[in-house]
Design a protein around this ligand. Structure first.
Ligand code: ZN
Length: 131
């Protein structure tokens, strides 16, 4: 699998720019991908204009799960929450820039699932959030 990882994924995995936890924060959510053992939590601060003023992720797991979280968080800072709600599977795949099989797809989409459950204020992160 390693030879399929593009350099950008390794780079974001090893040197994530947005790892951490915002305190205080307006939105918090966390969830796991039991298939792989990945864990992701996100914290967001939302400005008076309804846009994401800052965001961080924390967690552990495989390179795909952590790199996609870093790329995703980077991409949403400054975006209106309404736009974040519209993000889908393809947006994450575009950020990663690689094709993924069904197992790795779960890893890649965990951060999106967590993020969307958070912005929608849901108590649970369902797979339907990332279709
Ligand atoms: Zn994984």
């Amino acid at each position: 699998m390693d030879d399929l990882y593009r350099e950008v994924i390794i780079e974001h995995y090893k040197n994530p720019g947005y790892r951490g936890r915002l305190d205080p924060h307006d939105i918090f959510f966390e969830d796991n991908n039991p298939l792989c053992g990945d864990h992701i939590e996100v914290t967001l601060q939302v400005g008076a204009d309804g846009a994401v003023s800052d965001a961080r992720f924390d967690g552990h797991g495989c390179a795909i799960s952590q790199a996609s979280a870093d790329l995703l968080i980077e991409s949403i800072i400054g975006k209106p929450i309404e736009e974040v709600k519209q993000l889908n599977k393809q947006d994450v795949l575009d950020l990663l820039g690689i094709e993924l099989g069904p197992v790795r797809l779960k890893c890649a989409l965990l951060s999106l699932k967590v993020l969307k459950a958070g912005v929608y204020g849901l108590g649970e992160a369902g797979d339907d959030l990332v279709e």
